[in-house]
Design a protein around this ligand. Structure first.
Ligand code: MN
Length: 208
């Protein structure tokens, strides 16, 4: 199947002054589009020709995996952002308070994780296989889907996400990033989450 670039869920200048229209123009129009184009080129003649992006992430390796994963990651990133103010649902606030103590503690831990990720990558808020929130850094195009995680929110810390606006100051980008988080999206993701009973590990005896 032909993979297509998602529609950007906001106008290119909607995130200003925190992320400029120029950054979004390059990030969405060049980088994100580029990953879609590469998947379409690379998938030809492989067993994944009729696979969804998620199926490619699940089964492919190398360049095809990297580009498909980057399509998914950017789809998720742009849906994680909004120029409209939003608040986490009560349910999400409760989950965050239970896991991290407070919203402020959560933001600090998330930002610290994103700031200290070496090189290019992503920082995710996910639900793990114990039905608990977890903050996870991934390098390059690595995918939380491969680890059975259920993502709620993601921040792109590849330099192309912030270099036009913040140059090398990743910490400044992260500080401003909280102003444009789409909490409605993260709350919807949590609302759609299905609790999973995980079987006990037969080797370690640990239960999910
Ligand atoms: Mn990116």
């Amino acid at each position: 199947m032909e993979h297509t670039l998602m529609n950007l869920p906001f106008k290119e200048d909607a995130l200003e002054p925190y992320i400029s229209a120029e950054t979004i123009s390059y990030h969405y129009g060049k980088h994100h589009q580029g990953y879609v184009n590469k998947v379409n080129a690379l998938v030809k003649g492989t067993p994944f020709e009729n696979s969804t992006i998620e199926e490619i992430i699940e089964g492919a390796e190398g360049a095809l995996f990297n580009n498909a994963s980057q399509v998914y990651n950017h789809d998720f990133y742009f849906r994680s952002l909004s120029g409209d103010k939003s608040e986490p649902s009560q349910l999400l606030q409760d989950w965050i308070a239970r896991e991290f103590g407070s919203m402020e503690d959560f933001k600090t831990r998330f930002s610290d994780t994103a700031a200290s990720l070496f090189g290019s990558g992503w920082t995710w808020l996910c639900i793990n296989n114990q039905n608990r929130l977890t903050i996870v850094p991934y390098s390059n195009a690595q995918s939380p889907l491969r680890d059975g995680l259920y993502p709620l929110l993601v921040c792109d810390v590849w330099e192309h996400a912030y270099y036009i606006d913040y140059r090398n100051a990743r910490a400044s980008y992260l500080e401003k990033w909280w102003n444009i988080v789409n909490w409605d999206f993260a709350s919807e993701r949590l609302g759609a989450y299905k609790y999973v009973e995980f079987p006990c590990d037969e080797h370690s005896g640990a239960c999910g």
